[in-house]
Ligand binder design. Structure first.
Ligand code: HEC
Length: 116
């Protein structure tokens, strides 16, 4: 095989790999994965990475709630969780003005998925 053809083959392979790798990186996240990302960045500092409320932060009048508690989900439901995120509650700040509506929806879906 002439060297020129061989070089062309190698370059085609390199290009193919680059395109595939780029494709993987841009794979769209599911809403739940998106919600999880926001939770870890925004909520986990108080509620813990697993949502159970165990964090090193102290000084709360009422400690951050355990978001895996089925009773909390029964009491709040989808709309109650959304409302809490939008307007806050006690020592928890309001996030309504800081987040896009679709981000809040993804976050609510993720919090609902934490239920035990
Ligand atoms: C600064 C700390 C802090 C952050 C950040 C925070 N929370 Fe909270 N959260 C709290 C505290 C404290 C409570 C308990 C408030 C109370 O009952 O007075 C709470 C309560 C809740 C409740 C239960 C409300 C109820 O009526 O029982 C939900 C749901 C909740 N948080 C979700 C979230 C989500 C989702 C995020 C991320 C957007 C978040 N929190 C970010 C501190 C925080």
């Amino acid at each position: 095989m002439p060297a020129r053809v061989l070089r062309l083959c190698v370059w085609s392979l390199v290009l193919l790999c680059a395109v595939l790798a780029a494709g993987c990186r841009h794979k769209k996240k599911t809403p739940l994965e998106h919600g999880r990302g926001i939770f870890l960045r925004t909520c986990a500092g108080c509620h813990g990475a697993d949502g159970r409320g165990g964090t090193a932060r102290t000084g709360f009048t009422i400690p951050p709630k355990d978001l895996t508690d089925p009773e909390l989900h029964a009491r709040l439901g989808h709309d109650g969780i959304k409302h809490t995120i939008e307007v806050g509650n006690g020592d928890m700040p309001a996030f309504g003005a800081l987040m896009a509506p679709e981000d809040i929806d993804a976050l609510v879906a993720y919090v609902e998925s934490l239920k035990r």
